[in-house]
Design a protein around this ligand. Structure first.
Ligand SMILES: C[S@@+](CC[C@H](N)C(=O)[O-])C[C@H]1O[C@@H](n2cnc3c(N)ncnc32)[C@H](O)[C@@H]1O
Length: 246
């Protein structure tokens, strides 16, 4: 049985964003768990495998691709996410109980604390089986976004809010600086406030694209570009920072 799992923040999609701590750990471990992806999203599994092979070289190690289910979209969003996480927990539990290796690394995209369910899943899992886990921080996509645009998220004594599209309206009422993750529906097109948008897709990878400007002036350009890229590659990960004009 696996006794300890390391949730390793792997950065936004390229080995150059691994921390030294992550590299040393990956070098030492012999077993890795990664989410198995289907269809055109298979590339996301390949990115994880490429990172492992870049660090491990010729060393022997095993990778288990976990058959995580898709999230059901029929129920309320929050409920469906919890249900989905608990299903993932069952898949992980099965592997943890079945494996003979004592330790495993689980590669988490970006940083494990940002819009990712695995810390929750492992906290729950520890209540059910005698397994321990440790979190290794990673570079998150939002850090690559600010670097690529050469922009500081927080001006003097300002606050920054992290949100998903559901929170944009409220966030823009209360804050000048808003960072939006997980926008699959071009929600920025419905924003009425005059804001500057700093947008980026595939951040930190060789495909990285960034665009910025007054939202009203660049939103159609972003929309056309993201649609084109999504069609071309089959998936897109994008992120944007909104700065209210004051
Ligand atoms: C499930 S969340 C995981 C975030 C991850 N834990 C992190 O720290 O970046 C996925 C969302 O993060 C953002 N994201 C992650 N990696 C990205 C990248 N390389 N380029 C652009 N956005 C990215 C996108 O908003 C995407 O929809």
């Amino acid at each position: 049985m696996i006794k300890k799992v390391y949730l390793i923040g792997m950065g936004p999609g390229d080995k150059k964003y691994l921390t030294l701590e992550a590299v040393e750990l990956i070098k030492r471990l012999k077993l890795f768990l990664i989410p198995g992806k289907k269809g055109r999203k298979k590339e996301l599994s390949k990115i994880r495998k490429d990172i492992l092979s870049a660090v491990k070289g010729d060393e022997e190690y095993r990778v288990i691709e976990l058959a995580f289910p898709e999230r059901k979209r029929s129920t309320k969003y929050e409920e469906s996410v919890i249900e989905w996480r608990l299903k993932k927990l069952e898949v992980l539990k099965d592997v943890i109980l079945r494996e003979e290796e004592k330790e495993a690394g689980f590669l988490v995209w970006g940083d494990p604390s940002i819009y990712d369910g695995h810390i929750f899943i492992f906290r729950e899992l520890c209540k059910e089986v005698k397994v321990d886990f440790e979190v290794i921080p990673g570079i998150s996509a939002f850090q690559v976004l600010s670097s690529a645009h050469k922009v500081a998220f927080t001006d003097v004594a300002e606050s920054l809010i992290f949100t998903t599209p559901r929170g944009i309206k409220k966030a823009l009422k209360d804050y000048n600086s808003v960072l939006v993750f997980l926008d699959n529906y071009e929600s920025y097109r419905r924003i009425k406030e005059e804001v500057t948008i700093y947008w980026g897709a595939y951040l930190g990878t060789q495909r990285q694209v960034v665009l910025s400007g007054k939202l009203s002036e660049v939103k159609e350009k972003i929309t056309n570009l993201r649609r084109e890229l999504r069609k071309k590659f089959g998936w897109i990960m994008e992120l944007y920072f909104l700065k209210k004009e004051v």
